[in-house]
Design a protein around this ligand. Structure first.
Ligand code: NDP
Ligand code: OXD
Length: 306
């Protein structure tokens, strides 16, 4: 069995070593143009040339949960596209979202600013009933985040493509229920995959439907947000702030207004990192299952794009 590693942005050696340790029976190499055919590949944003040279490949294992960089490419028709299914990311996402939510709700930035000036000051406690949290995307990550937010007793809403019933979450589904979901939300968390349906979904019209004083936490993809729509809503006061982990262009270009806006907190696409041990164990397990002819989870539906 031959497996290629073809991942931009990842240091190849430790990954290849970990994959070899997990699958000692396999021949595992870093792909180079012109290399011979392989059975499987571990990929992250591979070049089109890689896919064009490997039409026989049985499955591509994406080193992330979001497959948007792959679905933009021409994929071999019979190749399975498999995403990471949690692999240690959901707990990180829960930490990140709860941190952003609580920092905003408890006004910790304002306290830090006071402390920096040597001020011992109190703010009026806010009521969590006034801060309903709405999670867009109730998949692997969205549901884990929902559980974590629930522990802090915020009112919780969720929105997904297909209807769901989740304990303690008021669930909405489909475009027809999006307006109702937004109207019931003050702190909006985006955990959608980037597809033709979700690109630009965070825009002037949708964000304006959040409750006054709304807050945006985007941890999914930069292209979910129409970036130029955000600042007028912040400056106009309808939105109180935003925490953004993902951007249309990454790294965020120098001089981009998000770097310095006082109501925007940015992090460099780090809310849920791909963890090597967990990812390799998951991928190796799935390759062995496929070799035994067994079904695996996390296979992307080419039609839905996630
Ligand atoms: P899942 O595929 O498990 O969940 C996706 C959710 O989005 C599902 O609930 C799905 O609905 C919903 N959804 C998809 N399309 C629509 C739509 N058109 N309208 C409404 N709901 C929709 O993905 P994960 O939870 O594993 O990951 C979510 C995303 O998080 C990834 O695609 C990636 O972009 C991002 N991510 C970001 C990271 C970071 O570091 N910033 C790290 C990891 C992931 P349904 O349940 O009905 O199918
Ligand atoms: C992912 C990511 O999709 O890291 O896993 O963004």
């Amino acid at each position: 069995m031959k497996i290629y590693f073809c991942c931009t942005d990842f240091k190849a050696e430790p990954w290849v070593a970990a994959l070899r340790a997990a699958l000692p029976q396999a021949e595992i190499e870093v792909w180079a143009p012109g290399a011979g055919p392989a059975d499987y590949a571990v990929v992250w944003a591979p070049p089109q040339a890689f896919l064009d040279e490997q039409p026989q490949i049985k499955a591509l294992f994406n080193l992330g949960a979001g497959v948007d960089a792959l679905t933009q490419l021409r994929l071999p028709a019979q190749t399975k596209l498999v995403r990471l299914d949690d692999a240690g990311m959901s707990v990180q996402m829960a930490e990140y979202v709860c941190h952003a939510l609580i920092r905003h709700f408890r006004e910790f930035d304002a306290y830090a600013a006071d402390v920096a000036q040597g001020k011992w000051s109190y703010r009026k406690p806010r009521l969590r009933e006034d801060f309903p949290v709405g999670i867009m995307g109730l998949g692997v990550l969205g549901q884990r985040v929902a559980r974590a937010v629930q522990a802090f007793e915020f009112p919780l809403r969720g929105w997904s493509r297909s209807p769901k019933e989740l304990p303690g979450v008021r669930c909405y589904a489909g475009e027809e229920q999006l307006a109702e979901f937004l109207a019931e939300t003050k702190v909006l968390v985006c955990l959608l995959p980037l597809t033709g349906q979700t690109q630009g979904i965070l825009n002037r019209e949708t964000l304006a439907q959040l409750q006054p004083g709304g807050y945006l936490i985007n941890v999914a993809r930069g292209a979910h947000l129409v970036e130029e729509d955000l600042i007028p809503l912040l400056d106009g006061g309808h939105l109180a702030g935003a925490t953004l982990d993902v951007f249309r262009q990454e790294p965020l270009p120098a001089g981009h207004p998000f770097w310095r806006h006082p109501k925007i907190t940015i992090t460099p696409h780090t809310s849920a990192r791909t963890l090597r041990d967990e990812s390799v164990a998951q991928i190796a397990g799935k390759i062995l299952a496929l070799e035994r002819g067994e079904p695996i989870g996390g296979v992307v539906d080419h039609h839905q794009g996630y």
